[in-house]
Design a protein around this ligand. Structure first.
Ligand code: TRP
Ligand code: SF4
Length: 326
């Protein structure tokens, strides 16, 4: 059987092209070579402020988006974290082999604490232990993540190693599979793409909306007038979007046209729009079709939770036995 792979994503609702290029496209590519578990981590989402009335819609939008981007629920297991109670149970157990000092060094904890100084809670602090439990329950060898998660995967390895040392060797130390796509910056060219910052393009934005958003997008600041030459390597429109959505031919035209000032930014964005829209159109259509059938996604997530639970409950049994809890 293929090696196991696990990854998780927060239920932020609509997927933007940063999530798509940074994570979900990669999941869809990897599922052919691994026995894959993909989890929408609602218990991680509650570590920072959230709106209860919006939670279910966000989870569903995320699930429909993941499938629309090519994750095949017949091949991979797609499920919601809180539907498989073993995650929180193992998290508690693993927190007993996690040094307090390991957690105090986590960059994401510091960042999130700075963002929400009014709500620095224990779950935010213990977040990486839950993430470790997510991975360990499925004995996943590979964990596709962005660079910002490397520290959490290192911590997971430390926690699992300590568990195996203290008790029986039942858990597998995972390895990060670092996603190649660079950080996708938002339309402002300053911040990482994010829905809350309103600098994003959604995978289901219509062709017109995509262009309306691209039109004012930040370009190389050197191009004040159309006659000023620019440098694509200093332009977010080129680096974050063209490079991911345009073919080699278009990229060549853009590089040449930009450096010689023979193409204006609006025409350059029109070229981008064409490639981006062609790429996203099938995803958008699939999304709109799935969204019409309310039961479809519920059934998939129920099925996924059952499959996940079969594996997770067996691991938890082994863990408990090795600790004398059974
Ligand atoms: N912490 C991850 C993030 O913020 C999400 C996540 C939760 C995750 N559990 C995971 C990623 C397990 C990989 C494996 O992106
Ligand atoms: Fe960016 Fe294209 Fe304008 Fe050059 S022409 S600055 S690559 S948008």
């Amino acid at each position: 059987m293929n090696d196991r792979l696990f990854s998780g994503i927060r239920p932020t609702g609509e997927i933007h092209i940063g999530n798509y290029l940074g994570a979900i496209k990669n999941w869809a590519d990897l599922q052919a070579n691994y026995e894959s578990f993909f989890c929408i981590v609602d218990y991680h989402a509650i570590t920072t402020p959230f709106i209860p009335a919006e939670m279910q819609a966000k989870i569903r939008e995320m699930a429909i988006g993941i499938i629309s981007c090519g994750v095949d629920p017949e091949k991979s297991t797609l499920f919601i974290q809180s539907h498989v109670s073993e995650h929180t149970e193992l998290s508690w157990i693993l927190s007993s082999v996690t040094n307090f000092n390991w957690l105090t060094g986590m960059i994401q904890f510091k960042e999130k604490s700075d963002q929400h100084p009014e709500n620095i809670n224990a779950s935010l602090f213990a977040y990486p232990v839950l993430q470790t439990a997510d991975i360990a329950l499925y004995n996943a060898k590979k964990v596709p993540v962005g660079e910002d998660q490397i520290q959490h995967i290192e911590l997971a390895r430390d926690v699992i190693r300590k568990f195996n040392f203290n008790y029986t060797n039942v858990l597998i130390e995972p390895e990060a599979l670092i996603t190649k796509a660079k950080r996708i910056m938002g339309l402002d060219g300053i911040n990482k793409m994010s829905k809350t910052l309103n600098n994003d393009i959604s995978i289901i934005d219509s062709s017109d909306v995509i262009f309306q958003k691209l039109r004012p997008a930040m370009t190389d600041p050197a191009r004040v007038r159309k006659t000023d030459p620019g440098d694509p390597e200093k332009c977010n429109v080129y680096l974050s979007y063209h490079k991911n959505f345009s073919n080699e031919e278009t990229l060549g035209i853009v590089r040449e046209g930009c450096t010689t000032a023979s193409i204006g930014c609006i025409d350059c964005k029109k070229l981008l729009h064409k490639g981006m829209n062609e790429h996203l159109e099938p995803i958008r259509e699939k999304y709109n079709k799935i969204a019409l059938d309310k039961n479809y996604i519920t059934d998939i997530l129920d099925y996924g939770a059952k499959k996940a639970k079969t594996v997770a409950s067996k691991t938890l049994e082994d863990v408990k036995k090795s600790m004398g809890l059974k």
